[in-house]
Design a protein. Sequence first.
Length: 471
Amino acid sequence: MSRNAVVIGAGVAGILAAAALAPKVDQVVMLDRDGLPDAPEHRKGVPQGRHAHLMMAGGLAAMDALVPRTDMRQHLLAAGAHEISLSRGMVALTPEGWFRRWLPQDHLMITSSRALLEWAARTAVLHDFPNIEIRQAQAVGLIGSAERVRGVRLATDEGDTVLDADFVVDASGRGSRIVKWLDQLGITDIPERTLDSGLVNSTRIYRIPAGAKDWPLTLVQPNPFTGQPGRSGMIVPIEGDRWMVSLGGSRGGEPPKDPDEFVEYALALPHPIVGQIIAAAEPLTPVFTSHSTSNARRYLEKAKTWPDGLVVLGDALATFNPLYGQGMSIAALGAKALADTVRDQWETPGLSRRVQRQLARSVDMAWTLAVSSDVLYPGVVGGKATIADRMAAKYTQRLTRAATGSYSAAAALWDVTSVLSTPARLMRPGVLLSALAGPALPPLSEPPLTRAEQETLRNLVREGGSSRKTP
């Protein structure tokens, strides 16, 4: 008797969920309302698609496990993605000062456009699993009951039709209708929470100037502790000898849509390095803005009843402020948890509920990081900072200060940021002692640039000054 699965959504979460299920079923049908491009191109249905995306080390490891016949790291690098070391290849100004650049080349992450990462994941999965099929179709509901889901209802030009399935995964993104669909099955007790700092992202692609090909990833972080709107800037190397430059601002400090004001905003950040670097660079696109940046979570694991044959993961389960760069990595970890569970427990009662609870634990990691900071910004919508939020933020602030001059403290933060460890990593005795002791080295007064990078910066500042004086 053949077994089949349906995955709603063909983004990164859906692609990896299909890979998780493919070894256990005869066919996986992926549904997406958009036609999927044959090359790395942006899709209309991805609200954050034109902004910076990072695949952290933990997420990449999960992808490798899900697609064992393809070396995902090499596949991505061959397609033009970059590999960046958080410890060595990043210049970052935190609210507590500059991070130092340590000798170890560790905590590696992949940077590229969202379009490239999605395309690379899709081509690898379809190559490794010929039993996966992609169909352009709009899912509009679930078939089944509160005890078991048995398929998906699709909207067609001729009316609704039914696609039967032994297993369904909703990976349709932040616009998922899963709560409404569960309500139609009689499951009505799903708690939800949204916390919105009003963050706006503005992104523009630039050609990397001559002589700056090896410029490190550059980040000016927002400061949630001042009582003022948070402002940030980021230069991310992507494929095609280009930089993706993203500016972010919470409510009251939003970055501009006007291209002429883009560099001015970057120059006015707590340090002007992002603006200095791009002032003379050639812009290749207009400024793209996005308001789809709130933290939103559906606590599906808390439902009294959960149907067998249904799992929800990725942005359909929880979305995070994209500034923290963990969304796709958390989706990959979720797909890995799904694969591990169905491999050992396929068709056992309660499998879907067990997976959903595992996914909640993965989400907790990114949720705590995002919410404990975002709740501190002025004008936040969705709740006030609790005592726990303020304690977590205060401890993170103190540990970040220590990390500006302590590799062990920095490594603990990077372990969590890279989704290699849970936030419990930050509470180990050695890390607590680092936070109490503070930085072992004095603070840096300037960005930690190599001599070659300092010369590159001087040249770019000189060229930027000349271009800005030209009528």
